[in-house]
Design a protein around this ligand. Structure first.
Ligand SMILES: Cc1ncc(COP(=O)(O)O)c(C=O)c1O
Length: 374
């Protein structure tokens, strides 16, 4: 499999093999990765702390920046407490290490991110799958295993098909005791909810101690790292029992400072989120003009296939010749083995999106390819 060797990146463009391309790629949904305030915070952090704490937080590797970032993440997502992990992937491992003390069974959406499955398996939980987005299928499994303690594990937003998980219905399948709904909101944070709080706020779920969340700081927040968020007792148990947390070095302090700056921007100013939502609408119209079916949710990810592999490659190459990078990827959970996964972010302009629309219409016509729905 080939991969792109990026030589320079802004929120909207990347340079590869010496060519600058307009990119509809990645998960930098608010463009925060290159935001001057975020970059400046990282630079200040480098000057003050150096690169790494070189120790785990429970020995000598904790800083006030890590503590404050946890508080601010909890406030943003309206969870009681948060704990930082090195990545979103390891956040799922930490959550499952804590859950496995009281929950013997993990019930996963069939298209849940691979890290959730790996985390539950590594934690020694028995793993079962329910039909993608189907609470009825989840309920059947919950009823079978309720006496062992059950956790439902799902993505909040499925980045490969743009679907939002039916969290209220999933929560309703769970018994009151020894049960948890763990939402991996890597693609919902900074995208959904009035201030980018994520899928739980978007769906206006009531407070519930059975609800917890994991996330990455490497997508919408534009930085690096991960977190588990939930009730205070649950987060305390992650801190107490999770080896992934206890025996590893935290996110570098300059990155924690950058993430704090990114979250502060989001909390005090909704203009980035407004720009993202306007661009999602413009993108939907642009793809529709090229006869590409789209979802109706405010999600910046658009996936689709064309009738044949040759046509997909031809469209991809046509766009590339016109200076547009439209990722054609192989990744589990999408509408095909290989599919287009285009993302739009808050930094794209309407001119960028119009250029994509016009080029895509020409590319599809030249390839004689009518797209298939996700
Ligand atoms: C749904 C989901 N969960 C977890 C992860 C892992 O996050 P990170 O890249 O921070 O390890 C990703 C990233 O690709 C993801 O999309």
């Amino acid at each position: 499999m080939s991969r792109l060797n990026v030589e320079h990146a802004s929120a909207t463009h990347l340079t590869a093999v010496g060519r600058q391309l307009l990119a509809f790629a990645g998960c930098n949904y608010l463009g925060l990765s290159q935001h001057p305030a975020v970059v400046q915070a990282a630079q200040q952090g480098l000057a003050r702390y150096g690169i790494s704490t070189t120790a785990s937080r429970e020995t000598t590797g904790n800083t006030i920046e890590h503590d404050l970032l946890e508080l601010e993440l909890a406030m943003l997502t309206r969870r009681e407490a948060a704990i930082l992990l090195a990545e979103g992937y390891t956040a799922n491992f930490a959550a499952c290490q804590a859950l496995s003390r009281t929950h013997g069974v993990a019930i996963l959406d069939a298209r849940a991110h691979r890290s959730l499955r790996n985390a539950a398996t590594a934690a020694g939980m028995q793993v079962f799958e329910y039909e993608h987005l189907c609470p009825k299928s989840a309920r059947w499994l919950v009823d079978q295993h309720a006496d062992q303690g059950v956790a439902i594990l799902t993505d909040g937003v499925f980045a490969a098909d743009g679907a939002i998980a039916p969290l209220a219905d999933l929560l309703a399948t769970l018994p009151e005791q020894r049960s948890t709904l763990l939402v991996d909101d890597c693609h919902g944070l900074c995208v959904l909810g009035p201030r980018g709080e994520g899928t739980i706020a978007h769906l206006a779920l009531p407070d519930d101690p059975r609800l917890c969340m994991t996330t990455t700081l490497a997508k919408g927040v534009g930085c690096y790292g991960g977190a588990v968020l939930g009730s205070t007792p649950f987060i305390q148990s992650v801190r107490r029992v999770s080896d992934v947390y206890r025996r590893s070095t935290p996110v570098p302090t300059p990155i924690a400072m950058a993430a704090r700056a990114a979250i502060s921007l989001m909390r005090h100013d909704t203009s980035l989120l407004t720009a993202l939502r306007e661009n999602i609408n413009a993108m939907r119209q642009a793809l529709s003009a090229a006869s590409i079916p789209t979802h109706a949710d405010p999600i910046p990810v658009f996936t689709f296939t064309l009738p044949s592999q040759d046509q997909m490659q031809a469209v991809h190459d046509f766009l590339l010749r016109r200076g547009i990078y439209a990722p054609l990827i192989e990744y589990p959970g999408g509408p095909g083995e290989r599919y287009f996964r285009l993302t739009v972010n808050a930094a794209h302009t309407l001119e960028h999106i119009a250029l994509l629309r016009d080029s895509l219409c020409l590319a599809i016509e030249a390839a004689g390819a009518s797209p298939a729905a996700p």
